[in-house]
Design a protein around this ligand. Sequence first.
Ligand code: PLP
Length: 385
Amino acid sequence: MYTNILRHPGPTPIPKKVQLAMSEDIISHRSEEFVNLYRKTTNRVKPIFGTEQDILLLPSGGTAALEAAAVNTVSPGENVVVITVGAFGDYFVSICEKYGFNVHKLEKEWGQACTEEELGEFLKPLKDVKAVFATYNETSTGILNPIDKLAQAVRTYSDALFIVDGVSCIGGAPAEMNKWGIDILVTGSQKAMMLPPGLSFVSVSDRAWKVIEENNTPAYYLNLLSYREWAAKGMTPNTPAVTLIYGLAAVCDMIEEEGGFAQTVARHELMKNMVRESMKALNIGLLASDEYASPTITAIRTPEGLDLAQFLKHLKQQYHLDFAGGLGHLQGEIFRFGHMGYCFPSDVLQAVSLMEAGLQDFSYSFELGAGVKAAQEVFLAAHRK
Ligand code: PLP
């Protein structure tokens, strides 16, 4: 009877319009129709990345795109810096270690961001750093690293490439890849991009292409040079996720209908503020500070006295509201409220209201409606501007 209200950090709900677009008859990826679809659609994605460079599409999850960014630029034994502020920063560490890079780990406590000063101090004594890897939005903690400032620190203190995992925020957070000086920016389809899993996106700066051309680590399926070569012909080197590219065209239509990408970013910012203010009104803690809070996911501390696993189970069974739990050592301490992609202020109001019902069932002490009211106030203030 009820559909699940999926408030996760991905996969996220797929708009009906995108689902319908994906039901188009399949076409050959070597046809003229495909070339037109590919060229037109990837061009429309460029403003979301803030780049004029090609958007390369890989038929893969985000991890393969991260791996492609690493293996195409760095050779075994070379120095890299990996900034890690949570589970997905650790992911980048694992990829780099697997390929035998000499990893210098800049690690922060989970729930904190990395600042440009910290990165600057870390880079100063290091020599011959080939690349700095960073997570823009740390999905495990709801931290949005100050990626523009980190890019500046990379340029000031090294000649390294700056390689960024944008998997859980591109499509919902601002990105100015060229202006900020990001060399490779990667994302996946199943989060703020409103698509099913199975498509990943990579964009590469001119500087990074030069490094890639000279790098001699072997890669076949993940060889970015062959993606570039085929992109020039409006195609991909192997069979692409044609159906998802149809969906992507519909996503671009929806962003246009919303008034352009700046409006999409503003909606995510508004939803972030609604969620945060509602939790504050309920006297429930937040893991991230306001300064570094993610526009796509909020990590919420377990309300005082609650058995979190039971609470999340109850919300799902009783109210069909599905939040994500914590990862790693934060399991049991936080849960995560996803507000990205096909999610609107009305969805936030619904989720906060159902969460309050659950809190009431668990005898948490609060004034019923206080969270919803706080979210409404943020919403109304934004609309009165
Ligand atoms: N990076 C970040 C920040 C993520 O949130 C995720 C997935 O949640 C990944 C990478 C891995 O992406 P995928 O599961 O599509 O391979």
